[in-house]
Design a protein around this ligand. Structure first.
Ligand code: AMP
Ligand code: MG
Length: 571
């Protein structure tokens, strides 16, 4: 296999043709620059050679669960196991490393990021070099409201677990690495556009402070992958890509649903106990109420995840139970989108005709999914516990509402106060109503409310620089709302500086707008990875004003052409 190491660079790509050795040198220089720039690393020891690096000695998943006896790789119904042993099918032609996450390499995988430039790493991240038995997970799920039966890792393969210096265990997966027993009618591949989006967004979500899977690297190739992007008969040959992605666990609600549905109760119990004992450390795994405690934790954490999504305008797009993590981290990035002009009915996924997974419906979908988790746990519960599980679920809406209020108050620099709930809900509801009627930009409206001093907010001289706020200020209720806001703020006796600090740390200035993702994709499809790496650097500091991001228009009104952009389930 021929590896071409593209410049991972913040500089402009030179037109002169360089040898791969020179390119690797440039990469190393630039990566070194990135490393200095990386404020998050903890000065831990890192491996400078991939040959010295290895996966965890104890591969927990392999040791804890039955692996399917059948080892041939063909699509089938699988039963009585949680995993099938599957080897990734590496990409073949012109495989190129397009991007890496320095943070993930250094702080999660204990690797010096320059290691990514070696052939050994690329062989590992592309599924060619395996360090242990690789597995695909059997799960089911409710898709768009209906039970779909067996789904499973149709194009993902778990290539092993790694325990880092801090004792954190991560499961490494390749996405787009070919057919598995769970591929159904699919080809097991992923195209460049969806892989770029997953790589960029999962990392961006981390830096926004939202629980998420991570992405270590993105490989692109010239292998043809045929997709009908809008399911309208226009098939196009695209190119295959592989993302090396990580999560502490990839178990989903659908992981338990399939076992309950097929009445494999022993396995259901084993898997649930495993999840509790490894990822829910505060729960006593020998307690008779452990499943209830587990359920109640997932209820709370799912509510938290959805509130955090909404706080930055994130709309997942495919909130099926197979895409909802048991650890309540954001997984399976597909046709997601971030709100631009505020519209609660925003649906990023053109395949979602009914708008089932709109921005505003996400909390309801959370309830639906948690109810499916409750149903999956039922075989493990006594009659009394079944009733209690129902009661726990009923509290979800209140938990969600309180968390929503807390987070949205924080977006206004305010602190939740039990005595003010009704008034505060109104304050936020009126703001959102004004935003929806004036089509104000969700991200920049909140940001600019924090950037301007509170006493300047009702100034009709708001300059063009504050374009989002200017739009909002056209609303007939604006002046009155500002008075309400000021009154509420002065009640708290916080200083203006404190308000500003809270707001600038809560309201990002830069998010992965659809047009930005699209611009990156178009360049990556032409084998230009510079912009991808510039964008991913910018999104590492979403709350900080950055000259480069400003120059690229990331905090400006989105370009007109971006309004036509569409994303579908096809990936
Ligand atoms: P999603 O909703 O995109 O997360 O995927 C739903 C199901 O379809 C999962 O079981 C995926 O593994 C499977 N799937 C999606 N795309 C492909 C593909 N290209 N090849 C095989 N399976 C796929
Ligand atoms: Mg999925």
């Amino acid at each position: 296999m021929k590896y071409v190491f593209q410049l991972i660079t913040l500089l402009t790509i030179s037109n002169t043709i360089k040898t791969s050795k020179e390119l690797a040198c440039d990469n190393i220089n630039l990566l070194e620059k990135f490393i200095k720039y990386d404020t998050c690393h903890l000065h831990l020891k890192v491996h400078a050679n991939f040959a010295d690096w290895n996966l965890a000695k104890k591969q927990l998943l392999q040791q804890s669960f039955p692996i399917e006896k059948e080892t041939r790789n063909y699509v089938r119904r699988v039963s009585d196991c949680v995993f099938s042993a599957v080897k990734p099918i590496p990409l073949k032609s012109n495989v190129q490393l397009a991007a890496v996450s320095n943070y993930v390499l250094r702080n999660i995988l204990d690797l010096d990021p320059t290691v990514a430039l070696t052939g050994e790493f690329v062989a590992f991240a592309g599924g060619e070099k395996l360090l242990t038995t690789s597995l695909s997970h059997r799960y089911g799920g409710h898709q768009f409201g209906y039970w779909s039966g067996q789904l499973g890792d149709g194009r993902a393969v778990m290539i092993g677990e790694y325990v880092n210096q801090r004792g954190e265990r991560y499961e490494l997966q390749l996405k787009g690495s070919g057919l598995t027993p769970y591929s159904r009618r699919g080809d097991g591949r992923a195209v460049i556009r969806s892989s770029v989006r997953e790589f960029l967004c999962s990392e961006a979500m981390f830096y926004l402070g939202i629980p998420t899977s991570r992405a270590a690297s993105l490989l692109v190739s010239d292998d043809p992958v045929v997709r009908d992007m809008f399911y309208d008969g226009h098939r196009r040959t695209e190119r295959g890509a592989i993302v090396l992605r990580l999560a502490e666990s990839w178990f989903r609600i659908g992981s338990l649903e399939i076992l309950a549905d097929s009445k494999e109760y022993e396995l259901l119990k084993n898997l649930t106990d495993f999840v509790i004992s490894h990822y829910f450390k505060t729960i006593n795994v020998s307690s008779a109420d452990r499943y209830l405690e587990f359920f109640s934790t997932v209820v709370e954490e799912t509510a938290q995840m959805i509130v955090l999504w909404q706080s930055v305008g994130f709309t997942h797009g495919v909130c099926n139970t197979d895409n909802f993590s048991l650890l309540s981290i954001t997984i399976d990035y597909g046709p997601f989108g971030f709100l631009e002009e505020y519209n609660p009915d925003f649906v990023p996924n053109t395949s979602d005709d009914e708008g089932r997974y709109s921005y505003e419906k996400q909390p309801d979908v959370g309830y639906f999914n948690l109810n499916k988790l409750r149903a999956a746990l039922e075989p493990l519960l006594t009659q009394k516990q079944k009733k209690q599980a129902g009661q726990i679920l009923n509290v979800y809406i209140d938990i969600y509402k309180t968390k929503f209020l807390k987070v949205f108050l924080k977006k206004l620099g305010l602190t939740f106060d039990i005595k003010n709930i009704e008034e505060d809900e109104q304050l936020i509801a009126i703001l959102l109503k004004m935003m929806s009627e004036t089509k104000s930009d969700f991200t920049m409206t909140f940001r600019q409310l924090g950037e301007l001093p509170i006493n300047k907010l009702n100034d009709y001289g708001i300059t063009r620089f504050y374009w989002a706020l200017k739009k909002l200020s056209k609303h007939k209720w604006y002046t009155e709302w500002i008075s309400m806001y000021k009154e509420r703020f002065f009640k708290e006796q916080k200083s203006e500086d404190e308000r500003k600090e809270i707001m600038l740390n809560t309201n990002p200035r830069y998010i992965l707008r659809n047009w930005i993702a699209q611009s990156v994709i178009e360049k990556v499809e032409k084998n230009d990875f510079t912009y991808l790496n510039r964008v991913s650097k910018i999104l590492e500091r979403p709350y900080e004003y950055q000259d480069e991001a400003e120059a690229l228009g990331f905090a400006s009104p989105p370009p007109e052409w971006s309004k036509q952009l569409k994303v579908s389930c096809s990936s």
